[in-house]
Design a protein around this ligand. Structure first.
Ligand SMILES: Cc1ncc(C[n+]2csc(CCOP(=O)(O)OP(=O)(O)O)c2C)c(N)n1
Ligand SMILES: [Mg+2]
Length: 545
């Protein structure tokens, strides 16, 4: 028990939950929380230049560490500014806690025009959170923060929100903090596991599809062990990229919009194990991959199982527990002989290579030159830009949590601010944001944040003076009627220098040495790369097998 203000209770509750850093932007209703950060050194408070960045940085931090990221914003416009980033974290099932202010308690629900008032703020937040709560008295604060964290540490991790009125933050009361709790072990029904193992053992061509859920559950070791025990190749979604090492002989890389080596493999497969993935249309494509004869769907969230494809066997548990159980069952009997030859898998990579050389040779050159100068533990934040989409196929991720996407939200502008959060989480590792000239402008002022806090991210900006994907859409679907898709840009390298960051302009052929120079300096660096407008993979028809 201790006497403290609501603001102090918030910061102490975060400390009890092991929070190391909070990304915020202050305002009158949350000054009680800001003040409680004064004269304490357990939690870093980093102030950014737009609320979208609070939640993007929290998300970037969460993707790299697996620990919840925390954002702190004022009500109304602050919450709304943060909501696209929160939606991105929701799409990617990433644990982000949004701490939001509110209007004074006496003004709640009154629509009087109080400062930053928005009617039914939680209705804005509910569609992009797993759980949200308004706290109305000081003693309830630790429990609310604890529950928000528990929600993100159990089951499917998605964002949560806690909102507190300023008068509550200013009130002093007796507060106790719940004891730290470890998440309960995952539960599991063995009956479907045994049926799934029998199907997989009896398959002539088993295939594994791994999504972001495999990364979120830190299930890479179990995934590799099961794939090897079954001789089953593994394709991932873009969100799951890196869950299975892409230099492993059983890797099929990424499947995306019906493209990828998996588009040759999946039609041959007779049993598919989908783990930690929604199997959305984006991942399967309309033509390339047929509904498998037998689908085993393993996910911690029962609502995704069978939603996009009918599942023959449903296993509800987290990816690590489920894969471990399957492995135990599969190993009860003789390990089956390899059902895919090395030559067969190699052939599919060769076919993909031919396709990449035909459709995106320049983007592949760019990605391979970046790959040459980046170590395996470098984090690549793949933005909504042409080279970002082709990176799904042409860049090889060899470790978990080294490749970050905006998932189905496809949020233009997320890459740079998310990379800032990733770099705060892993200052010793290279963090590279790939962005277009359209996307970079969303959060360009955060160059000031990068310089202020010495966050040495590398931002590679591909400048085609266009909203390229939209312009290419006009070229292909609208008979070349280009309207509203050309951009005017400043020199991004010069802009970077004005902010006090390093700015480099380079041709694509010299990108590798520019990245090396950026990494060697340790400074926040913008590398401006002029490119033409290219076709993205989702505007290219998948092959019909
Ligand atoms: C928030 C948001 N607004 C709009 C879009 C639609 N959109 C997708 S790609 C794109 C063009 C992006 O341009 P740029 O960042 O320059 O990348 P490029 O395609 O030119 O490589 C747009 C407008 C989106 N995905 N997200
Ligand atoms: Mg562009």
């Amino acid at each position: 028990m201790a006497q403290m203000t609501g603001g102090e209770a918030v910061v102490q509750a975060l400390r009890h939950e092991g929070v190391e850093v909070v990304f915020g932007l202050p305002g009158v209703q949350i000054m009680g929380i800001y003040d409680a950060f004064y004269a304490q050194s357990d939690i870093r408070l980093m102030t950014v230049r737009h609320e979208q960045t609070t939640a993007y940085m929290a998300d970037g931090y969460a993707r790299v560490t697996g620990k919840p990221g925390v954002a702190l914003v004022v009500p109304g416009p602050g919450v709304q500014n943060a909501s696209a980033a929160l939606g991105t974290a929701y799409a990617a099932s990433s644990p982000v806690l949004l701490l939001a202010g509110q209007v004074e308690s006496f003004n709640l629900g009154s629509d009087r025009g109080a400062l930053h008032e928005i009617n039914d703020q939680m209705d804005v937040i509910r569609p992009v959170t797993k759980w949200c709560q308004r706290v109305t008295d000081v003693p309830a604060i630790p429990d609310a923060v604890h529950e928000a964290m528990r929600q993100m540490r159990t089951g499917r991790p998605r964002p949560t929100e806690v909102e507190i009125a300023p008068d509550v933050l200013a009130t002093t009361a007796e507060v106790t903090f719940p004891a730290a709790s470890t998440p309960p072990p995952a539960t599991l029904d063995w009956e479907p596991v045994r049926r799934a193992a029998a199907l997989l053992r009896g398959a002539s061509k088993p295939l594994i599809w791994a999504g972001g859920g495999a990364l979120l559950a830190d299930a890479s070791r179990e995934l590799i062990a099961l794939a090897e025990a079954l001789g089953a190749p593994v394709a991932t979604t873009p969100e799951g990229k890196g869950a299975f090492p892409e230099d492993h002989r059983l890797s099929l890389g990424v499947g995306y919009y019906g493209h990828g080596t998996s588009s040759w493999a999946a039609p041959k497969a007779d049993v598919v194990l989908a783990v930690g993935t929604r199997l959305t249309g984006q991942m399967i494509g309309l033509n390339a991959v047929r509904i498998p004869q037998r689908l085993i769907h393993l996910d911690v969230d029962p609502t995704v199982i069978g939603k996009n494809y009918p599942a023959d066997v449903r296993i509800v548990t987290d990816a690590r527990a489920g894969l471990q159980a399957l492995l135990e069952e599969v190993r009860r009997q003789d390990t089956p002989a390899p059902r895919w030859s090395d030559a067969e898998i190699h052939d599919m990579w060769r076919l993909q290579e031919g396709w990449l050389q035909e459709k995106a040779p320049n983007q592949c050159d760019i990605l391979r030159s970046m790959q040459r100068v980046l170590p395996n533990d470098a984090v690549l934040v793949s933005g909504i830009t042409n080279v970002g989409y082709w990176a799904h196929f042409a860049y090889r991720s060899r470790q978990p949590r080294t490749y970050v996407t905006s998932s189905y939200f496809a949020t233009l502008g997320f890459s740079f601010p998310t990379a800032l959060g990733a770099k705060v989480a892993a200052p010793e590792r290279p963090v590279v944001s790939i962005t277009g000239d359209g996307g970079f402008m969303y959060a360009l002022p955060e160059l000031a944040t990068a310089v202020h806090y010495g966050i040495g991210v590398v931002v590679v900006v591909f400048v085609d003076n266009a909203l390229g994907a939209s312009k290419n859409d006009q070229r292909t679907r609208f008979k070349g009627r280009e309207v509203g898709t050309t951009l005017y840009n400043p020199s991004f390298a010069e802009v970077a220098r004005v902010f006090g960051a390093q700015g480099i302009k380079t041709e694509p052929e010299r990108l590798d040495s520019a990245v090396q120079q950026a990494l060697a300096s340790g400074q926040p660096t913008v590398i401006e790369v002029p490119v033409p407008t290219w076709a993205p993979p989702f505007q290219i028809q998948p092959r019909t097998n």
